[in-house]
Write a protein that binds this ligand. Structure first.
Ligand code: ATP
Ligand code: MG
Length: 452
């Protein structure tokens, strides 16, 4: 963003919505994230519009389009324009917040100023008219230039109104690599306990956004207190010394490095955040003053499952993250196709791929493991070559029908023989080819008449 830029390009469709409202005699602006992202030189995901038209009036202006009035009580009408939804919201202010969560009420306003003033951060409190001229009443452009997340108005007051804003500040800081302005940061440290009153569904979304941000490490280091409010089980990890020459860092310092070292997907970032959460509970110090954490992955897996349920993560995410935490200490020799076949057979290709990412990040984040990245690259190649081989029953070139034809009785013995044969294939004792498999099956059947 060049200094003094005060005009953005509004795409044709959004511009035409603004102009239609203007033509009907209403004020209308693009507002919030789309203005911020345009000024940063990014393409906004969606264009939110604010106006002095009330919901019914907005709906009347767009009577030729599909409109959704579900949010009308709060001033929002969704207008579907050529298949794309646009949220058009009446200028409003929110008041009350007696529970630090929901406004007790909203009232519609006549002017843009009040609507900008209720927004959370200066960089989110800018608007642009149909020509793209930016309206910036709170120094949002300066803060964008200087990389700062700063509350609109008094931070303590704004966080008391809606505690979620504290987590949003961290989410935006992590996403853009911004700092949090000093007074805003102070208020977060002072008031973060109030996040306990926020609905887990709202927390979860912001937490995942924070974890997937490019500057997640800085934010986790600086705001571990906030993380510990969301996930109290992390508290003993902060500064927990490992007493182990494999580890250069304490558990939390290791954790934040591990989070940063995986690709920014929700599952992987959550897995790294929680992968060592079982360490404090499993710590032992031996006579040589070396620390051990026997069983920490299994203990951590159980903790992880409870934490993710509490934060209302969906089952699929909770189960996968829990598996990655529980299994993160899996052993693999990069030159052992046999071991890789077994891992593949146990977890499936996608999960093994994730486990390798976890192991890579875990190694890098110890600060002592040489070649963790290179070893993973070797393992990835092994995974590729082995996954084409037989690792599951459907891939095996002999099936239940074949056994029945050899005279085996229908029943559990069919599965038992198939499993024994698959184990032999995974072990490399038997080739996955018709003849050797049939031969081995015949031998098993001959040896034991219980199958017949
Ligand atoms: P993103 O690209 O992540 O969607 P965004 O800025 O659009 O970023 P939203 O959560 O979609 O963020 O919110 C849209 C706008 O509404 C924000 O830019 C901000 O102006 C305002 N806003 C959202 N949540 C709050 C809140 N809790 N308190 C005050 N203002 C808020
Ligand atoms: Mg948005």
């Amino acid at each position: 963003m060049g200094a003094g830029v005060s005009r953005i390009v509004i795409p044709a469709q959004a511009r035409s919505l603004l102009r239609r409202l203007n033509a009907a005699g209403y004020a209308a602006y693009a507002v919030g994230g789309c203005v911020r992202d345009s000024l940063r030189g990014e393409t906004p995901a969606d264009w939110d519009i604010c106006t002095d038209a009330e919901p019914a009036q907005t709906a009347a202006v767009f009577s030729d389009c599909r409109t959704v009035l579900a949010g009308a009580r709060y001033g929002t009408v969704t207008v579907i324009c050529d298949g794309a939804p646009y949220e058009i919201t009446t200028f409003r202010e929110e008041h009350g917040y007696s529970d630090s969560r929901h406004p007790d009420g909203v009232s519609f306003l006549r002017s843009l100023e009040g609507d900008l003033a209720r927004r959370d951060f200066t960089v989110n409190a800018m608007a642009a008219d149909a020509d793209g001229s930016v309206i910036d009443r709170f120094g949002g452009m300066d803060d964008l230039r200087n990389g700062l997340i700063r509350c609109v108005g008094d931070p303590a007051l704004r966080f008391t109104e809606d505690a979620l804003r504290m987590l949003r500040a961290l989410r935006f800081a992590a996403r853009f690599g911004f700092s949090v302005a000093p007074e805003t940061e102070d208020a977060i440290h002072a008031l973060c306990g109030r996040l306990r009153a926020v609905a887990p569904e709202r927390l979860r979304k912001e937490l995942s956004g924070l974890l997937c941000g490019q500057a997640v490490k800085d934010v986790l280091e600086r705001f571990s207190d906030v993380l510990c409010v969301l996930i109290p089980e992390l508290t003993p990890c902060i500064g927990f010394r490992q007493w182990n020459y494999h580890h250069k860092y304490d558990v939390w310092a290791h954790t934040v490095r591990a989070v940063e070292a995986v690709p920014p997907t929700e599952v992987l970032r959550l897995a790294m955040l929680l992968h060592d959460i079982g360490k404090p509970a499993s710590f032992t110090l031996d006579k040589q003053l070396v620390g051990h954490f026997y069983g920490h992955a299994v203990i951590g897996g159980a903790m992880c499952e409870r934490i993710l349920r509490r934060l209302r993560y969906d089952n699929c995410t909770a189960e996968l993250v829990t598996l990655l935490v529980r299994e993160h200490g899996f052993y693999l020799l990069e030159d052992s196709p046999k071991r890789m076949r077994k891992l593949l057979s146990q977890f499936g290709e996608e999960t093994v791929h994730l486990l390798l990412q976890v192991r890579r990040a875990d190694g890098i984040a110890t600060g002592t493991a040489e070649g963790a990245a290179e070893k993973t690259a070797v393992a990835e190649r092994l995974l590729e070559s082995v996954s084409a081989q037989c690792v599951s029953l459907p891939q095996m070139k002999l099936n239940g029908e074949d056994l029945l034809r050899l005279g085996v009785k229908q029943g559990p013995q069919v599965g038992a023989i198939l499993k024994t044969l698959l184990d032999a294939v995974l072990d490399g004792r038997l080739e996955n080819e018709r003849d050797p498999l049939m031969q081995a099956a015949r031998e098993m059947i001959d040896k034991s008449d219980v199958f017949l």
